[in-house]
Design a protein around this ligand. Structure first.
Ligand code: PRP
Ligand code: URA
Length: 207
């Protein structure tokens, strides 16, 4: 399932990301805001369990999300502001890290770091802002599937129709929550209109 957000605030924040004048600090902040919106949508069918606690009236039981069953996996480096945003909201979730880089010539992603703890039977929120060819996300999902999680949900900010369809076709059981589906890709496999290179925009490495 591909679920695209339609809130006017989402559209407005995406426009802010596209603005070249949005400095790195504002860019990361905006990514974090958009991530919260995606998270609220993605959590809407999550089960709640009873939790006993002391309240002002004595011991009582109330519902809460079981954060211990949620693993947030980020794809470095552009996924970092998204991980921070989710971990602020779900401080007891577990974080995992994958490092990938797209080859500038072949446009294929290369994995060079996997620090995702044992997530068998857990729900994974996989965060990466950009889905261009879909290669990076596809590789990340393939790797995570081998770890036998219960479910994988992706949170993404901007995607191309072709990249998203590629993932949906390969992994129809993965739920994709995305802020904005753009027009397509250019010859260099950048998303159009997109926002350029998200990692460079977030961390001031534009040359
Ligand atoms: C970006 C982005 C995705 C990937 C998307 O990372 O964060 O991981 O590109 O492209 P794809 O769908 O064609 O694979 P990039 O490789 O630019 O690394 P960075 O985050 O370090 O800038
Ligand atoms: N990676 C990005 O950061 N942006 C794109 O448009 C494509 C890949």
């Amino acid at each position: 399932m591909i679920y695209e957000l339609s809130n006017p605030l989402t559209k407005s924040l995406i426009t802010q990301l596209r603005n070249e004048k949005s400095a790195a600090v504002l860019f990361r902040h905006t990514i974090a805001e958009l991530t919260k919106q995606l998270l609220y949508e993605a959590l809407k069918d999550f089960p709640l369990s009873e939790k006993k606690m002391m309240t002002w009236r004595g011991e009582e039981s109330f519902v809460a999300l079981d954060e211990a069953n949620i693993f947030v996996v980020t794809v470095l480096r552009a996924g970092m502001p998204m991980l921070d945003s989710v971990m602020q909201t779900l401080p007891n979730a577990t974080a995992g890290f994958l490092a990938m880089q797209r080859d500038e010539v072949t446009h294929k992603s290369k994995l060079y770091y996997d620090r995702v703890p044992d997530c068998r039977g857990k729900t994974i929120l996989l965060v990466d802002p950009m889905v261009a060819t879909g290669g990076s996300l596809l590789d990340a999902i393939e790797l995570l599937k081998r770890k036998e999680p219960l479910r994988i949900i992706t949170l993404n900010i901007i995607g191309s129709p072709e990249g998203l369809e590629r993932i949906n076709a390969a992994y129809p059981d993965v739920d994709i929550y995305i802020s904005q589906i753009d027009e397509g890709l250019n010859a260099e496999k950048y998303i159009i209109p997109g926002l350029g290179d998200a990692g460079d925009r977030a961390y001031n490495t534009l040359s």
